[in-house]
Design a protein around this ligand. Structure first.
Ligand SMILES: [Zn+2]
Length: 51
């Protein structure tokens, strides 16, 4: 199981995006739907985790 740990820049919540491919780590702002804000926001990429 691999995922990206993201932090929403709007609400500050950390959550996991389950994807099987690595994103570019220099891609610092990731625009994605936030499950807490319930809208698209910018996210900070905290970690790429393989477990
Ligand atoms: Zn949010």
């Amino acid at each position: 199981m691999t995922y990206w740990k993201l932090q929403c820049k709007e609400c500050g919540k950390e959550w996991k995006l389950y994807i099987s491919f690595p994103l570019d780590k220099e891609f610092n702002s990731f625009y994605h739907y936030c499950p807490y804000c319930k809208r698209n926001t910018f996210h900070k990429i905290l970690n790429y985790v393989e477990e």
